[in-house]
Design a protein around this ligand. Structure first.
Ligand code: PEP
Ligand code: MG
Length: 765
């Protein structure tokens, strides 16, 4: 033990000496190339390596050998590898170290004859990172087949942090108005629709560490402790500020941060890096880089999603250490900004002023991650899975994010920019006109009344629901609030949440859907018991609820308590058989009986419905109608199963049109049967929020539509403009068509009614 710690402290002393020498070289006024040469010599000596090389990337796409000790000197500035190519390219692409005893046996090894590296067997490379960007790669190589230790990797990473500043300067000096000033089109994945134009603003870009090395480890430790305490205080204060805390969407997110602040393993690793000679801020960033590199390989979704929580926390800590106020939107709130980040935590996004953000662009991210859910609720266009965002965009560049197509236009030509800006201005004008419709009734030109309601899932949705002029919430997706939490909310927390929803909606009706987890809606803390080959058709929604009745019982108890003295409407998702509805209803009746026994005030009125999402239910409608108070048609799932077409697969979107005669015949049949049974029916899939689809549904006989609040004004404008009876009269003849889509015919009718807006785009409008 004794000798172990002596050895460790000796190695820290040596590392500190290396860092001190490095710093001297970096502060030297000599030519940059000369200094890079000295640095590779110094590192090779320190690590007893025959080779030490530095690769740097000016454009984020190609890495060039800039300095080497050990490889042939003529290879410098000649040897180039694309990001992703060879071992060096692999390190840059994944921003993670690679240590290999036999480099040439690695499948990614790319031989470059001019380097003369064939005689070296072992290879250790680490990324050079700054402000979240990969600037280059630092490599050491040995002739013998050597297994590099974790300590070797750590030292290289530490050195890489110090080097980052110098390489940044080299690249900055070279870039000028070079290729980076060219317009560029990047492709990512569309996470939330809409278009945003703004100036690139890198999340926490302001925090670039200038003091990497520190002599007084004790002082740095104290700084770390103080900064951690400050972050803890700040987060605690935010928690305390929450009025009725348990009801806030970000309450549990903040609680998780408090837990992470207290994570000993994490703190110890930062302390170790400080002992190795880094400043507190550099140590925090180094551990962040390590964690990121390790976590990127982790398959477990729960752990991966913890990464963004750690990143969020680290950023707050860094801001504290370099003297910022610890808030994402420190200093001036951004205006007209496209926020760019590797990944983003939901609390970080909530820190920004919504009005200053035009769009979000993520190098990584996930369509079901918490930040994406929050962005959707705030109606912010978002594109993810776009790694080039970090390398190809400069702070302040004009960026157009097209969240409909997953496309990003960087530094667009003036004409392109103007075109998009005009388009956005026209949309904004239209929205303003639509807002004026808010208080007008949704009645068609020929006098048919329609009920337009909103879909919601988070408390931050509620102001939008009210602003949209919705007549109520036709679908409250309760699982969304579960998805942004870190643990299963108990009955009390759920009661507070549902009570808040009912309170904020006042007299307007709310339909709570019981948990629809599984499929693409995963709860980080809920074990789905193994991967499923077809999760959309797997163990989800009512199937989980009936297998884990305590989950459903708790949720229903909470709803009953929250609705004491008020109306309660509950709908069960993914019902495939009458027996499932009966079983769920029995649990609801038990919960009501329990509440009565406990003396709780019951809801004023109760209505219970089923979601029609599974085609099998189509042949059981009469029996179902005898049992339910209302039916909700979930067209997202219903049509994915009818057409066997994964709703989350972008390659299939638009392949089967919801305006095909098949789909509309089905909708008409449901609407007619519901009307005959006297059961109200609501369409609440995404199609209800698209004007043409909504018009077709009305012609099929639907009179209640529920949609995202942002879509409601557009649909209301459509309703008020059209002659519905005329289209309804023509529908039987249109539905006779054997194939194809009725989109053009319905659009023609809308146009004939004088409607211009929202009818020209495809099914993804
Ligand atoms: C649907 O399937 O159409 C629906 C409304 O439910 P969700 O989109 O939440 O699956
Ligand atoms: Mg569904």
């Amino acid at each position: 033990m004794e000798s172990g710690s002596r050895l460790e402290s000796e190695s820290w002393v040596a590392t500190r000496e290396l860092l001190r020498r490095l710093r001297e070289i970096m502060q030297d006024a000599g030519a940059i190339q000369e200094r890079l040469n000295q640095i590779v010599g110094l590192i090779a000596d320190y690590l007893s390596a025959e080779v030490c090389s530095i690769y740097a990337s000016a454009d984020g796409a190609v890495l060039e050998l800039r300095a080497t000790k050990g490889l042939r000197p003529e290879a410098v500035r000649r040897t180039r590898l694309r990001v992703g190519e060879g071992l060096v390219g692999d390190i840059a692409a994944h921003a993670r170290p690679l240590a290999l005893a036999e480099a040439q046996a690695h499948p990614n090894f790319a031989y470059r004859p001019e380097t003369g590296e064939e005689i070296y067997h072992s290879f250790l490379g680490v990324p050079v990172l700054r402000g979240g960007k990969v600037l280059g790669v630092l490599v050491v190589q040995n002739v013998v087949s050597r297994s590099y230790s974790n300590a070797d990797v750590e030292i290289c990473e530490t050195v890489a942090m110090v080097l980052a500043e110098l390489i940044d300067r080299v690249l900055d000096a070279e870039l000028g108005g070079g290729p980076e000033a060219m317009p560029l089109r990047l492709l990512g994945t569309a996470f939330n629709s809409g278009i945003g134009i703004g100036a690139a603003r890198f999340h926490h870009k302001g925090i670039v560490i200038t003091r990497v090395v520190a002599d007084d480890a004790g002082r740095e430790s104290d700084r770390l402790r103080d900064a951690l305490a400050a972050v803890e205080r700040r987060v605690s204060r935010r928690l305390a500020d929450r009025e009725g805390g348990a009801g806030r969407d970000d309450h549990e997110i903040l609680e998780t941060y408090l837990m992470l602040v207290g994570d000993r393993g994490w703190r110890t690793r930062i302390e170790d890096a400080i002992s190795g000679g880094l400043s507190a801020e550099a140590a925090v960033q180094k551990v962040q880089n390590d964690t990121r590199a390790r976590m990127l390989n982790v398959k477990d979704r729960y752990l991966r999603e913890r990464l963004s929580d750690f990143e969020d926390l680290t950023s707050r800590l860094l801001a504290e250490l370099v003297g910022e106020d610890g808030r994402a939107a420190n200093g001036e709130a951004p205006r007209d900004a496209v926020l760019i980040a590797r990944d983003l935590g939901p609390a970080e996004l909530l820190d920004y002023d919504r009005h200053g953000l035009r769009a979000v662009l993520l190098a990584e991210g996930s369509p079901t991650a918490h930040a994406t859910i929050v962005a959707r609720a705030l109606d912010i266009p978002i594109v993810g899975h776009c790694p080039e965002a970090l390398t190809q965009i400069q702070d302040g560049d004009c960026v157009i994010v097209n969240g409909d197509l997953g496309q990003v236009l960087v530094r667009p030509d003036e004409s392109v920019r103007r075109e998009f800006a005009d388009n956005l201005a026209a949309r904004a004008q239209q929205s303003a006109r639509f807002l004026e419709l808010r208080h007008l009734p949704a009645v068609s030109k020929d006098g048919i009344e329609v009920s337009l309601q909103a879909n919601a899932g988070l408390l931050i949705d509620l102001p939008h629901v009210r602003d949209s002029g919705a007549e109520g919430i036709g679908l409250y997706r309760t699982e969304v609030a579960f998805m942004v939490r870190e643990k299963l909310p108990d009955v009390a927390a759920q009661t507070a949440l549902y009570a808040r929803v009912l309170d904020e909606m006042g007299d307007l009706p709310v339909v709570f859907r019981t948990l629809d987890i599984g499929g693409d809606k995963l709860l980080p803390y809920f074990d789905l018991e193994g991967e499923e080959a077809n999760p959309a058709m797997g163990w989800r929604a009512i199937r989980i609820a009936l297998d884990r009745p305590e989950l459903l019982r708790d949720q229903l108890r909470a709803m009953i308590r929250a609705a004491a003295g008020k109306d309660l409407a509950v709908v069960f998702p993914m019902i495939a058989e009458i027996a499932e509805f009966d079983a769920a209803r029995a649990i609801l009746d038990e919960a009501l009986a329990d509440a009565a026994r406990a003396g709780d005030a019951p809801p004023r009125a109760l209505s219970v419905g089923a979601m029609l999402e599974v085609p099998a239910l189509l042949w059981q409608l009469p029996a179902l109608f005898a049992r339910i108070d209302f039916l909700s048609v979930g067209s997202n799932d219903l049509f994915q199963f009818v057409f066997a077409s994964d709703r989350a697969n972008p390659r299939l979107s638009g392949r089967y049109d919801a305006l095909s005669p098949v789909a509309l015949r089905l909708l008409r049949q449901v609407a007619e049967q519901a009307a005959a049974a006297g059961v109200p029916v609501t369409l609440c899939g995404e199609m209800a929020g698209r004007p043409l689809e909504a018009l077709a549904a009305l012609a099929c006989g639907f009179r209640r539509l529920s949609m995202a609040p942002a879509k409601l004004p557009l649909v209301k404008a459509m309703v008020r403009a059209v002659d519905l009876a005329a289209l309804q009269a023509r529908l039987p003849e249109l539905l006779e068509a054997e194939a194809g889509s009725l989109r053009a015919a319905i659009a023609r009718h809308a146009r004939d009614c004088g409607l211009t807006c929202g009818i020209n785009c495809g099914s993804e409008t």
